[in-house]
Design a protein around this ligand. Structure first.
Ligand code: 13P
Ligand code: 13P
Ligand code: MG
Ligand code: MG
Length: 364
C-alpha cells in the first residue's frame, strides 16, 4: 500500500487583518476532515500559520486526486463562507474561482503532496509559512539535501552519500529542470538563488525515493494582480538514508531574509516559531514558519510534535528580531522594500498609474 500525504492550504479570511485564523474556522475544517476519515482520507490534522489554514491529510489515492482536492476545496469554501459571515478580513482571499474542476492547483490554494511506500518507520516533517513566498524553501532545501556542513549524513551515511536530485520549477516560464547534486551544485545554485522565480518543487534521492515536496503556486501569477502572498508549505521525509530530523530543522537556525511581510512587498527575517507564536503581528509579520513532526504509520499520523517550540531556536528568533529592527528602519527604501521588478506583483503599479502623466522628459 502506498501512502499519500496532501498538505493543502489557503488564506480564506483572518482576524484582525491578516494576523490569524479564527478558532471557529479551525474547528469547522477539523470537523469536516473528521467526517471524511475512513471514507476519502485515512487521517488528518488541521492547523494554521498566521492567516493561512492548513489541511494535512493522508490517504491512498496519490497526488492530484480529484476527491482529495474536492474535499479541500469544500472545506475552504465552507470556511470562507463562515469568514464572510463574521466579516473577517480577506474572507475567501485565496479562492480565486468558485467552479471546481478536479484540482485546486491554479485556483489559489497552495499544494504540497507526496506518495510513497512506507518504510519500516517514516518520520515526516510538515513546514508551513506565513508572509512569504514558495521560493523561501530553496535555501533550506539546499542546506538540508546538499550542504555537508549542515547535513552530516551526506558525508557519513552510505545511504545518502550519492546525493540528491532537485526538481526546479521556473514559475514565470512554466518549465522545469532537474539537477543532480553534488555534481551539479553550482548549476542548481545559479537558479535557486533567485527564489522569486525558481522554486524547488521536489527533492529525490538518487535511487528515486521521494524526500521533499513543496507548494509552488504563485497567487499573483494566477490572479493577474496582487491578492496576498503565496504563503508556502513543504513536506520533508527523514531518517534511514535521508537527513535526520535534526538535520532537516538545523538550517532554520539561520535568520534568512525572505520576500513577503507587509503587503507582500518587503524583505524580512524568516522566523521559526512554535504553534502558540504562529500569529503575525509586527508590521503584519515578521514572516514566520512552523514545523509539525509526525511518524506516518499505515497512513495514520502519529503526532504532531511542535518542532520549533524549543529553546534551541531562541537565538535565531532573537537574531530575527534584530534584523527586523534593522530592516524596518529602512522604511520604504530598498532593500527592505522589494526591488521594482518584484513590486510589479504588488499594488505599487496602481500608484505609478496615478502619476504617469506627471512625468516630463529630461532635456539634453
Ligand atoms: P487593504 O487595502 O484592504 O487595507 O489591504 C492592504 C493589505 O493588507 C494588502 O494585502
Ligand atoms: P497574506 O498574504 O498572509 O494574506 O498577507 C497579506 C498582507 O498584505 C500582509 O500585510
Ligand atoms: Mg491574508
Ligand atoms: Mg498568509
Amino acid at each position: 500500500m502506498k501512502t499519500t500525504i496532501s498538505l493543502i492550504k489557503a488564506d480564506i479570511g483572518s482576524y484582525p487583518g491578516h494576523s490569524r485564523i479564527h478558532p471557529e474556522l479551525l474547528e469547522k475544517a477539523a470537523k469536516m476532515l473528521k467526517d471524511a476519515e475512513g471514507k476519502v482520507i485515512i487521517d488528518s490534522f488541521v492547523t494554521h500559520c498566521g492567516d493561512d489554514l492548513e489541511l494535512i491529510m493522508t490517504h491512498t489515492k496519490g497526488e492530484d486526486n480529484p476527491q482529495i482536492h474536492k474535499l479541500a476545496f469544500d472545506i475552504f469554501t465552507a470556511c470562507a463562507a463562515l469568514a464572510k459571515e463574521k466579516k473577517l478580513y480577506g474572507a475567501g482571499q485565496d479562492i480565486l474561482s468558485t467552479a471546481f474542476s478536479g484540482n485546486v492547483k491554479g485556483m489559489g490554494p497552495g499544494v504540497a503532496e507526496m506518495e510513497f511506500e512506507e518504510r519500516g518507520s517514516d518520520p515526516v516533517l510538515c513546514f508551513m509559512a506565513d508572509k512569504t513566498e514558495p521560493g523561501a524553501w530553496n535555501f533550506f532545501l539546499y542546506k538540508i539535501f546538499a550542504d555537508p556542513f549542515n547535513t552530516a549524513g551526506l558525508v557519513i551515511d552510505p545511504g545518502m552519500h550519492d546525493g540528491f536530485i532537485f526538481e526546479v520549477h521556473d514559475v514565470m516560464e512554466k518549465r522545469k529542470i532537474r539537477f543532480r547534486t553534488p555534481e551539479e551544485l553550482y548549476s542548481l545554485l545559479a537558479y535557486i538563488g533567485a527564489p522569486s522565480r525558481y522554486v524547488v518543487k521536489y527533492v529525490f534521492r538518487k535511487d528515486g525515493l521521494i524526500a521533499a515536496s513543496t507548494s509552488t503556486q504563485r497567487l499573483s501569477l494566477i490572479a493577474g494582480k496582487y491578492v496576498g502572498k503565496d504563503d508556502p508549505v513543504m513536506i520533508v521525509r527523514s531518517q534511514s538514508g535521508l537527513p535526520a530530523v535534526g538535520e532537516v530543522i538545523e538550517p532554520f537556525t539561520i535568520p534568512v531574509i525572505v520576500a513577503g511581510w507587509m503587503r507582500g512587498s518587503h524583505h524580512g527575517p524568516f522566523m521559526p516559531v512554535g504553534l502558540p507564536d504562529a500569529n503575525c503581528t509586527r508590521f503584519d509579520g515578521p514572516p514566520r514558519v512552523i514545523c509539525l513532526g509526525f511518524q506516518v504509520s499505515n497512513g495514520k499520523l502519529i503526532g504532531p510534535v511542535d518542532m520549533f517550540d524549543d529553546v534551541g531556536f531562541d537565538r535565531v528568533r532573537a537574531r530575527c528580531n534584530e534584523l527586523a529592527d534593522v530592516l524596518r528602519a529602512h522604511g520604504p527604501f530598498e532593500p527592505h522594500r522589494l526591488s521594482m521588478d518584484e513590486m510589479e506583483y504588488t499594488t505599487l503599479p496602481l500608484v505609478e498609474k496615478q502619476l504617469k502623466d506627471r512625468w516630463e522628459p529630461i532635456g539634453k
